[in-house]
Write a protein that binds this ligand. Structure first.
Ligand code: B12
Ligand code: SF4
Length: 504
């Protein structure tokens, strides 16, 4: 067996310290290395000087290699900064990136001098095999590691995909390896000490726009009941957790398999939030809804995406707009707040779809005003050059910017970190949006957000929210969304927060 290596696992800053949640990716990797290789964790969400900390540890010679978890968007910039600092400090230390960004853009990841390896999709087994292979540096060993992208003679090599693994469902996360795990428990509208937690792996759907589909390719597995019970017991009794935000990609899977998990959750009765699909919610039996009620589900985030069934079909969502409406009714009937996310301005018909979505949102607000609404721009994922998805490749080749030129995606991590592509990754902007449409979406979002302040915002005062509601009501009623300057100013004064950026 090869010798043991020490890896420094880094979660670069992506959010404020107040919103920091357990860095699940690096914790899961650390658990998988146990007994074979050793690791330390740096979390840039809590260590605000994490680049200096990482450089110091590398400089002191304590680490054999560095692993960085990277989501596109704001985390890309902090991942680049820490990787450059490590490279500068010790050029010989290998740097490995994994997570959502390298999975979707492996070529762009290794197209920069400060990343040596990109790990695509689930990372546990790939990382163990890579650490085993690193000392020898033999290309035939590297070529055999599934899920790895690396450079050979200056060219990116994409090894075969790794098959879906359920092994991590049987490992408990190393909460004790974090500095003070309780600092990750946050006050939210769910509770005083809310934890981010993931029970199941993957999602059996393959929506074309979704990073989860790129990572799990339609595979999903639920945790053993005993594992969920052990984790909830630990979180509640040892750490004092009193609410849970489930990060499961799509919480309600097949009802028959979910019931035993819901029974455990009903036993702990910790208020919770999750991602769910409208079709699953409307088809849930009353018996299961009773369990959901006892388990204290507070809010379900539903990818409504669009009011147009042709688009839902095109993106392979597998749900219909009538199911979105039915899910809103069902949630209301069971005391759960539906949180609907929409993707505006698809390249096929940016203006028309946006206006239709505004109308649909207004209809939903009439039906159930407490519905939360999250507005994003439709930004399809870049396809890998070797993608076999002919429909997605065709759609990508047909994408045009406002001037009618083909949309060309960045070729390196540095280019992806530029402001316009960072906004693309965050679903906030796209090259085919005209300035007028961009403005209109921002204005509508402002008026809607002020007319219906989110209950997730526990920082803004009750009077502040009432004032916003009153100020915005005429604009919303008469659909006068243009340039709501008075709302922008008031929002800033009241310090309203944006759950799209900060989560709960
Ligand atoms: C928690 C979370 C956040 C937190 C981050 C908390 C943190 N990390 O400290 C917050 C709320 C800040 C966040 C923000 C964003 N997020 Co986010 N987030 C998630 C969420 C719900 C869970 C991530 C997680 O912890 N998973 C559990 C771990 C175990 O899985 P994992 O991260 O995939 O890690 C595995 C592999 O990727 C790999 N791996 C990961 N890192 C590494 C590193 C190495 C070295 C190796 C070898 C392997 C490896 O191995 C791990 C184990 O198998 C996911 C959805 C989901 N359920 O995954 C979305 C998700 C990752 N987010 C996403 C996005 C787009 C964003 C945003 C950029 C934009 C947005 N609008 O949401 C924003 C940024 C907002 C901003 N600041 O402006 C997308 C990514 C899609 C994509 N194609 O990249 C996801 C998939 C949601 C989705 N369905 O679209 N997010
Ligand atoms: S159902 Fe949700 S998580 Fe699953 S692939 Fe579609 S959008 Fe992604």
């Amino acid at each position: 067996m090869s010798s043991s290596r020490h890896i420094l696992l880094i979660n670069p800053t992506i959010t404020s310290q107040r919103h920091a949640r357990f860095p699940l990716a690096v914790m899961s990797l650390s658990a998988a290395l146990e007994g074979r290789h050793s690791s330390s964790i740096i979390d840039g969400n809590v260590d605000r000087d994490f680049i200096a900390t990482a450089a110091r540890m590398v400089e002191q010679g304590q680490v054999d290699c560095v692993g960085v978890t990277v989501m596109g968007g704001p985390q890309l910039s902090t991942a680049i900064a820490v990787s450059k600092a490590v490279r500068e400090q010790r050029p010989g230390v290998p740097i490995i990136w994994g997570g959502a960004f390298p999975t979707v853009c492996p070529e762009a990841t290794v197209n920069v001098p400060y990343v040596d390896y990109a790990v695509r999709a689930q990372g546990e087994d790939t990382l163990v095999e890579l650490l085993d292979a690193l000392p020898a540096q033999r290309s035939e060993l590297l070529a055999a590691i599934a899920g790895l992208t690396w450079r050979l003679d200056g060219r990116a090599v994409h090894n075969r995909d790794r098959v879906f693994s359920t092994a991590s469902l049987n490992r408990m996360l190393p909460y004790d390896s974090l500095d003070n795990p309780r600092q990750y428990l946050t006050r939210t509208y769910l509770g005083e000490r809310t934890a981010g937690y993931q029970a199941a792996l993957g999602c059996r759907f393959r929506c074309t726009f979704c990073g989860v589909a790129a990572m799990y390719r339609g595979k999903m597995a639920l945790p053993p009941v005993a594992r969920l019970e052990q984790d909830l017991g630990f979180l509640k009794n040892r750490l004092g957790v009193d609410a849970i935000q489930f990060y499961d990609h799509n919480f309600f899977d097949r009802e028959v398999d979910m019931v035993p998990l819901l029974e455990v959750m009903a036993k702990y009765a910790l208020p919770w939030w999750c991602f769910a699909r409208s079709d699953a919610l409307v088809n849930l039996s009353e018996r299961s809804w009773a369990l959901v009620k006892n388990s204290r589900l507070r809010m379900a985030y539903i990818g409504a995406e669009s009011p147009s069934d042709w688009l839902l079909h095109d993106i392979r969502k597998g749900t219909r707009s009538d199911q979105t409406l039915a899910a809103v009714e069902t949630c209301r009937g069971h005391g759960v707040v539906p949180e609907l996310s929409f993707m505006l301005a698809p390249p096929q018909d940016p203006e028309g779809e946006t206006e239709r979505t505004f109308e649909f949102i207004r209809m939903i607000k009439r039906l159930h005003p407490a519905t939360e609404v999250m507005i994003y721009i439709y930004t399809p994922l870049p396809q890998r050059h070797d993608s076999k998805d002919a429909a997605a490749l065709r759609m990508q080749s047909e994408m045009r910017d406002c001037a009618g030129n083909p949309v060309v995606f960045p070729r390196s991590a540095d280019e992806w970190a530029e402001p316009q592509w960072r906004a693309y990754w965050c679903h906030q902007d796209a090259p085919w949006l005209s300035a007028r449409l961009r403005r209109r979406i921002v204005d509508f979002t402002t008026v809607l957000g002020c007319r219906f302040p989110t209950i997730m915002d526990i920082r803004a005062s009750a009077w502040g929210k009432t004032a916003l509601r009153a100020l915005a009501s005429w604009r919303y009623r008469f659909q006068r969304y243009d340039d709501p300057w008075e709302l922008r100013v008031s929002r800033r004064l009241i310090r309203q927060w944006d759950p799209r950026v900060m989560s709960l």
